[in-house]
Ligand binder design. Structure first.
Ligand SMILES: Nc1nc2c(ncn2[C@@H]2O[C@H](COP(=O)(O)OP(=O)(O)OP(=O)(O)O)[C@@H](O)[C@H]2O)c(=O)[nH]1
Ligand SMILES: [Mg+2]
Length: 189
């Protein structure tokens, strides 16, 4: 499974680097302001590589971000595409706040872009520690992403987490489950 890459995408400040730190004990750079991760950072983890990507929305809209993603997604599309797993990290709290102001969060466009690129991303709804009504909020978030609520029926794709509370076990399980599925698909065992 040497060539499997797991890349982490999402809006700036969603907590991608913090989630990677929690998941794998990596020394990623985490910061309070958006724009901390400026270029893709790769970490080799034995049988696979994880990639911490810069955030969308910091100096780059989706158009600019596509260029960043193209290297990661399309670069592999031709030779190694089935070995690429995407994890979209969403700041659940900020997603809901943007929605309350009647704007469409960039996360929705990014999610659609990933689906169009034939990436079936794992969607990690982060910062759940800041959300008061988790069940109702998660149902709202999935429906805005174009999935039918209740969110629980999307358990193979959508997972609530909190990097701050070290609550990422379910995400870790889902990633390894997907990786196992990919391994079986390529006949690796
Ligand atoms: N309350 C709360 N804060 C979090 C959580 N996860 C991350 N944060 C905070 O969110 C801020 C941004 O975290 P980063 O990991 O740097 O975010 P990022 O998505 O990598 O940001 P960019 O590199 O700029 O794209 C930091 O202040 C983190 O401590 C969480 O689960 N709950
Ligand atoms: Mg980062």
């Amino acid at each position: 499974m040497k060539d499997v890459e797991v890349f982490f995408v999402g809006r700036a400040n969603a907590g991608k680097s913090a989630v990677l730190k929690e998941l794998f004990g990596l020394k990623t750079r985490v910061g309070r302001r958006p724009g901390v991760t400026r270029a893709p950072v790769r970490y080799q983890l034995g049988s696979f590589t994880v990639i911490d990507l810069p955030g969308i929305g910091f100096r780059r809209g989706l158009n600019g971000y596509r260029r960043v993603l193209r290297d990661v997604i399309d670069g592999e599309r031709h030779k190694l595409r089935p070995l690429s797993l995407g994890v979209q990290v969403i700041d659940g709290k900020s997603f809901l706040e943007i929605t309350e102001r009647h704007f469409k969060p960039l996360d929705v466009d990014l999610f659609e872009y990933l689906l169009d690129s034939e990436i079936d991303p794992i969607v990690a709804i982060n910062k759940m520690d800041k959300i008061e009504e988790p069940e109702a909020s998660l149902d709202k978030i999935v429906s805005l992403l174009g999935m039918l609520p209740p969110y629980k029926q999307w358990a193979d794709r959508v997972v609530p987490i909190s990097a701050k509370k070290h609550d990422v076990a379910q995400l870790k399980w889902l990633i390894s489950h997907r990786l196992q599925g990919m391994k079986n698909k390529i006949g690796g065992g």
